[in-house]
Design a protein around this ligand. Structure first.
Ligand code: ATP
Ligand code: MG
Length: 239
């Protein structure tokens, strides 16, 4: 699904990610954890194709194609979905209309079919229908913004979803409901970035990665995450 090889990323001429390797196969759920400011969101922004995040070196293959040669739009069309740590607010863009346009870019649906999809998905993520009538994310609470990211995930049904701190701002009930939304599927894969123990317990990743010093320093399973929750990042030795 995704093969990141020896990637180096800089932001504003500062090297943030250095020599990062990550392989994600279809059907797998990966979780990445690591200290604040280490470059996790930098990796996410780069995958999205954000122009501020420059790839200095390395290759990224997504479903057999060169991801770095694709525009952000092309990446989305090929099945890459990004849920942002800090979703943007778009003033003047109605949420319902935005979501309808997003779905139309992926498949032809009538307004009625879209409404059925939307209201079913909104119920699953616990999105207040009032929010759908408002400007996109504008003045939404932290949790409402994250529910909006999950709503887009359900509507788009991507091949690979990268969710950056999707849990932050979500209440306990919403985190407990995440396994119904982040469903393991042999055709899809997920990369979740989180600091949240409850998310690990609820979603049960296949692989856990620790990011530090600009790259992934350890890979393991849920036991590695438990070790970090018990002892912190400092005693974790690189492989
Ligand atoms: N556009 C930018 N301009 C300047 N510095 C940036 C920019 N984006 C990121 N950085 C810096 O790069 C470093 C990595 O940031 P990043 O957001 O990737 O961290 P993170 O691992 O996601 O942390 P957290 O766990 O707090 O979300 C930080 O020092 C951050 O201040
Ligand atoms: Mg971050």
């Amino acid at each position: 699904m995704l093969d990141i090889e020896n990637v180096h990323i800089s932001v504003e001429d500062k090297k943030i990610v250095e020599g990062l390797n990550l392989r994600v196969g279809a059907g797998e759920v990966h979780m990445i954890m690591g200290p604040n400011g280490i470059g996790k969101s930098t990796l996410v922004h780069m995958l999205a194709g954000h122009p501020f995040y420059k790839v200095l070196q390395g290759t990224i293959t997504f479903q057999g194609k060169d991801l770095l040669a694709m525009t952000p739009q092309k990446r989305a069309h090929e099945g890459l979905f990004i849920g942002f740590q800090h979703p943007v607010e778009i003033s003047g863009m109605n949420t319902f209309d935005f979501l309808y346009k997003v779905v139309l870019m992926h498949k032809p649906v009538t307004r009625k079919e879209f409404e059925n999809m939307l209201y079913g998905a909104a119920e699953l993520v616990g999105m207040n229908s009032d929010c759908l009538k408002r400007d996109f994310n504008l003045q939404f609470s932290g949790g409402e913004k994250k529910r909006n990211e999950l709503l887009q995930l359900l509507l788009v049904q991507p091949k690979l979803a990268v969710l950056d701190e999707i849990d932050s701002g979500l209440d306990v009930d919403a985190i407990r409901a995440l396994p119904k939304i982040i469903q393991k599927d042999s055709q899809r894969a997920y990369i979740l970035i989180t600091h949240n123990r409850l998310l690990f317990e609820k979603v049960l990743p296949d692989f856990v990665h620790i990011m530090d010093q600009g790259h992934i320093v350890r890979t393991g399973d849920i036991e590695l995450a438990e070790e970090v929750f018990e002892k912190g990042f400092q005693p974790i030795n690189p492989e």
